[in-house]
Design a protein around this ligand. Structure first.
Ligand code: NAP
Length: 384
């Protein structure tokens, strides 16, 4: 049996991890499930998978889950500290980080510190603490892949790079669906509703990443994620809009050949790849029919319409503490948009204001990252 810790089990990624585990076989023992406030969902999951531990960040929700599971042999823990520490359990084969937001960073670092394999969906970890993650990977350096990306684009590039040497690589090309507003003008974006922004054409995901896809901040965060994951310069990371979401990303070699990874848009495929790694087995996902698909299109992103993408490139290039501010300002601005406190086009304006009000720190340590994250959240609250 392989022991798994699943962080964020009630989310879109977390639920799909459990679906894939149901499909592949019974070789996985789920040792830990975690959530913030989704009491009913985690109770249902705990009754089905019988983990040793459930961690709820929100204390009131933890109380409720404790009551629900009182006749089970499951320890219910509560709080962010417990979430950060739970990945230090012994005899764990894989941690999957499906948390959303900056809260994912410390569990990511603690997992890598322990030398345990990490399936990473939580891109925010790399956006705000990429340099710390990279340090951990260099220290680990046992020649095995300890960090396996779940984000479909990075999973695609990871797979493509397996077949080529780094010195042969010219560029990586991240594809982006363009989200629900791909074909709208900047003017049209002035009056979009929450419902419009949550209506993603190709992917069903959590609310935060769906809004990030509508602003294209998601792609911006992924550019920074790719920079750290593949140790590649920003000038060598391109973004191309590909509305069909069939090509998940591409690599271009120095001889100008381009390799693409293609499949129907379904997160269960990269999740299964990470669970089975390094083997590839019969897939849970549907087969792509190229004849039916017929059309694959590519466009250049409109950086004026999708200002968040531009801000992310700028923050990534400046590095240090700027991506921390970018990420925290975005998290709060997206939450405010979902609470109908700000308009869609105010999201990039607020992020820009926060970035302009921040004094750069070159290589923030974990405490400094936490401080800057809190400062930014307070700053954006005030601005709103
Ligand atoms: N969804 C996708 O298809 C997809 C694709 C690629 C990458 N990703 C990345 O994967 C990550 C997860 O995305 P998602 O769409 O699965 O998000 P989601 O559906 O919102 O789920 C997030 C999970 O994190 C938990 N959580 C939220 N806030 C928390 C906090 N303060 N403390 C502890 N736990 C907390 C949630 O618990 P509750 O249920 O209790 O709120 C839930 O289990 C993100 O970084 C996203 O960018 C997602």
């Amino acid at each position: 049996m392989n022991n798994l810790i699943l962080l964020g089990s009630t989310g879109s990624i977390g639920s799909q991890v459990l679906e894939v585990i149901d499909f592949i076989d019974d070789n996985w023992n789920i040792e830990v499930l975690t959530a913030n406030k989704s009491v009913d969902k985690i109770t249902e999951q705990a009754l089905k998978y019988k983990p040793g531990y459930v961690v709820m960040t929100d204390p009131k929700s933890a109380e409720q889950v404790r009551l629900n599971l009182q006749d089970q042999k499951i320890k219910v823990l509560s709080g962010t500290k417990e979430l950060n520490e739970i990945v230090k359990l012994d005899n764990i084969d894989l941690v999957i980080n499906g948390l959303v937001g900056a809260v994912g960073l410390i569990p990511t670092l603690n997992t890598l510190n322990k030398g345990v394999k990490l399936g990473l969906a939580n891109k925010e970890s790399l956006v705000i603490g990429g340099h710390l993650v990279q340090e951990r990977l260099k220290e680990y350096n046992k020649g095995e892949d300890i960090l396996l990306p779940i984000d479909s684009e990075h999973n695609a590039i990871f797979r493509l790079l397996k077949a080529h040497e780094k010195k042969e690589l010219k560029n990586i090309i991240l594809t982006a669906s363009g989200g629900p507003f791909c074909h709208k003008s900047y003017h049209d974006l002035k009056k979009v509703s929450i419902k419009d922004a949550l209506n993603h054409p190709n992917w069903e995901m959590g609310n935060k990443i769906t809004i990030d896809s509508a602003t294209m901040m998601n792609k911006g965060l992924e550019v920074i994620e790719a920079h750290w994951l593949f140790d590649i310069d920003y000038d060598k990371i391109d973004v191309v809009i590909h509305p069909q979401s069939i090509i998940h990303s591409m690599i271009e070699l120095i001889d100008h050949s381009i390799y693409a990874e293609m499949s129907l848009p379904d997160m269960k495929m990269p999740i299964q790849y990470v669970l089975e790694y390094p083997r590839v087995k019969e897939g849970i996902g549907q087969k792509l029919n190229l004849i039916k698909q017929a059309k694959l299109e590519f466009f250049e992103p409109d950086y004026k319409k999708f200002e968040c993408l531009q801000l992310a490139y700028q923050a990534g290039r400046k590095g240090g503490s700027f991506p921390v501010v970018l990420n925290a300002a975005n998290e709060v601005a997206v939450a405010k948009f979902l609470e109908e406190k700000i308009e869609f086009l105010e999201i990039p304006k607020i992020i820009k204001k926060a970035l302009n009000s921040h004094r750069h720190i070159k290589k923030p340590d974990i405490e400094t990252i936490i401080e800057i994250d809190s400062w930014t959240r307070e700053y954006v609250e005030e601005v709103v």
